[in-house]
Design a binder for this molecule. Sequence first.
Ligand code: SAH
Length: 252
Amino acid sequence: MPDRYYSAEPIDGSTVTLADSEAHHLLHVMRAKPGFELIVFDGQGGEYTAKVVECQRSTIELNVGPRRNIERELPFELTLAVSLPKGDRQRWLLEKCVELGVTRLVPLQTTRSVGKGDVGSKSEPNKKFARYVIEASKQCGRNRLMEIASPIAWPALVAETTSGQCLLAHPGGQPLIEIKAPTNEGTKLLLAIGPEGGFTDEEVSQAVGAGWETVGLGARILRIETAAVALISVLTNNRSPRGKKLATDEHR
Ligand code: SAH
């Protein structure tokens, strides 16, 4: 399968111009010349076969085929609210969330969170974070970008969440194997992972009072990112993507 590139510009004709990192990669890493074939995706569920028609200094013009709606999303909406770890671990967590199909990541501010999770705002997201999401989507074949929401304080998240199933990862919670998460088409699942210092007793009671379930992930204390990957993997159980075509139809 040809390499995948992301177009930040909506694609609505038979040509599109790539700029910035995507153009840089094509021009200076791949040394693409007119005729070079690739796939472009628009981050909103569409992908296109494309061919380079013209190379400029920092932009590259492509001829694109018809839009193909190829969904590699989970059949349900999965939100992960997480107190973000630092540095490389943050990047790793974001990447794995994209690969595992998380719909939306919400940086959490809890009593014991360190730092604010500097993700920017919806209209102006932190460029580094947005880049991690694009890179992971290019690699794993997702045609929709994982949303990164604005950071939210724990009590506000609990108060705002009124629909779907809500699970809070907490050592000593109900064993994961006993949790019945309805992951059918159209359902909503919200998972919360706490900071290195854990959720406070008060935070846990707030959630339980609002109908959340606590879930335990075994006898050992996991790092934030390990807890996230373990929880998501088990609950999503490698569910097929939404839509008719499976990712594997396109990849193999
Ligand atoms: N010292 C904290 C652990 C923090 S680990 C405590 O004892 O509570 C960071 C987060 O990862 C936790 O808040 C929880 O959401 C999740 N986590 C780590 N290990 C877990 C486990 N064994 N079961 C459930 N959640 C876990």
